[in-house]
Design a protein around this ligand. Structure first.
Ligand code: TRP
Length: 451
């Protein structure tokens, strides 16, 4: 590893920073709305299967490419002979960063709104509040740019000081608060229907897009497929056990997603919000939970709501940082720009695209194609297509083109871990060579109606 490259300082820091990238709006905003649109428990079962069989191997593959490359993702992929995967990743990254900033911005607005007491009223009022806010022109754009500027400032402070320290404190706090809200939500009247919706699979209801949605969501939530994990892994130490890290990060990430579901669905059923209502789901059910569950002590309701949106914004921020860092590291190392300039270029580009995404939700009609807003198109195309394609190509290259010894050395840290037990490596190889590519291909073909 080159001398001048920064590294994460501790093993715990590594796990937390990568988990900080993984845990974010994907878990708390996207997972519940995808689950709601796909009928609940069945989706969750297939989602977890995707994490286990496809997500973990793809994550380890990306770690291997990154740590072996010890550089930004474009160069790391070039080193294994697949530069186009790096380039596709950068393109995907810019798109995700942009619309991700829009939703992160909504969280910032909700911090303000809960402090200002704007989120009090019945379910209809809350729905209307969200619709009016998200389709207005300036306010959401302001917040989008604001959160991008925040991530810009942290990125400028560098890998260790900025990213690692932020993750260490925020992650555990968010987790505890989630638990509190889950309990509050499950105690609402009629909450049981929501719990049942999440836990009782009904395989007769498997719909067409379910597999692709579950696959895309698992990659999205774990930050797989665009070089983000690859960039973080380039800061890992030679001693990091990649398999263990991948398993731990996936476990934490899935747990947070399930908790987010247990927070949203009981409440949605309790107040009669349709669980399939899409991207607005989280923003219209949660204010109801805070009001109803803490109705007798409104101050407590406001406090918990504010704290929750603050932590969610911070979770979004740690993910946004990882997205931002991927492009920044590329510009910095490949285009010979200073870190500051590189970060600034990324911030400006994503602010412009982010603003367009936000405006496409209602303020400017011409930003829609075939009735779908730019926002929805970016969400679908990146999550459901580019990420799985990026993950599949990484597996194929690592499995078939890269010398096996190199892959083994990275997996076993040159024979210092998994030395006596060969099975984990053999299973990993089998998964990335055959199982993952075939499953991903099958899901694409299924979606296109071929099988
Ligand atoms: N995984 C993050 C979340 O769940 C979002 C994210 C960060 C991401 N980096 C990524 C998604 C890279 C895809 C690729 O909120």
């Amino acid at each position: 590893m080159k001398q001048e490259r920064a590294n994460f300082a501790t093993t715990m820091g590594i796990i937390l920073a990568t988990a900080g990238s993984a845990v974010g709006l994907g878990n708390v905003w996207r997972f519940p709305y995808m689950t709601g649109q796909n009928g609940g428990a069945t989706f969750i079962v297939i989602y977890l299967a995707c994490v286990l069989i496809l997500g973990i191997p793809c994550m380890i593959s990306e770690f291997i490419v990154g740590r072996n490359g010890a550089s930004n993702s474009a160069r790391a992929y070039k080193k294994i002979g697949a530069p186009f995967i790096g380039v596709l990743g950068l393109f995907t990254g810019i798109l995700i960063t942009s619309y991700y900033a829009v939703v992160s911005g909504w969280c910032l607005q909700y911090i303000y709104a809960s402090v200002a007491g704007q989120l009090r009223g019945d379910a209809n009022y809350i729905t209307q509040y969200f619709t009016e806010f998200s389709t207005s022109a300036w306010l959401p754009v302001f917040w989008t740019v604001a959160i991008l500027v925040m991530s810009h400032l942290i990125i400028r402070r560098g890998v260790e000081k900025g990213i690692e320290h932020a993750s260490k404190l925020l992650m555990p706090t968010l987790f505890i608060l989630l638990l509190v809200i889950v309990v509050a939500s499950c105690l609402l009247p009629g909450a049981w229907n929501g719990i049942e919706f999440m836990l009782k699979p009904d395989f007769t209801k498997v719909s067409g897009g379910l597999f692709l949605d579950a696959l895309g969501q698992s990659f999205y939530s774990l930050s797989i497929g665009m070089g983000c994990l690859c960039t973080y892994a380039s800061y890992y130490s030679r001693k990091t056990n990649l398999l263990n890290s991948a398993v731990q990060i996936s476990a934490v990430d899935s747990l947070v997603a399930i908790l987010a579901g247990l927070m949203i669905f009981p409440a949605a059923f309790s107040v009669g919000v349709n669980p399939g209502s899409g991207p607005s789901l989280v923003f219209i059910t949660l204010p109801n939970v805070f009001q109803q569950a803490f109705g007798s002590i409104p101050v407590l309701g406001t406090l918990i709501a504010t704290l929750f949106y603050a932590l969610l914004s911070l979770a979004a921020l740690t993910s946004l940082i990882s997205l931002h860092e991927t492009s920044t590291a590329f510009l910095h190392e490949e285009m010979h720009a200073s870190r500051d300039t590189a970060a600034l270029v990324v911030t400006v580009i994503t602010s412009v695209i982010g603003a367009l995404c936000s405006l496409s939700l209602g303020a400017v009609d011409s930003l829609s194609v075939a009735g779908k807003s730019l926002f929805d198109i970016f969400d679908f195309v990146t999550g459901q297509i580019f990420l799985p394609v990026g993950g599949m190509l990484t597996c194929l290259y690592l499995g078939w083109r890269v010398p096996k010894q190199l892959v083994r050395d990275e997996f076993t840290n040159c024979g210092t871990v998994w030395a006596r037990c060969r099975w984990p490596f053999l299973i990993f190889l089998f998964l990335i060579r055959i199982v993952s590519p075939l499953c991903i291909l099958a899901i694409f073909l299924h979606q296109m109606g071929v099988i």
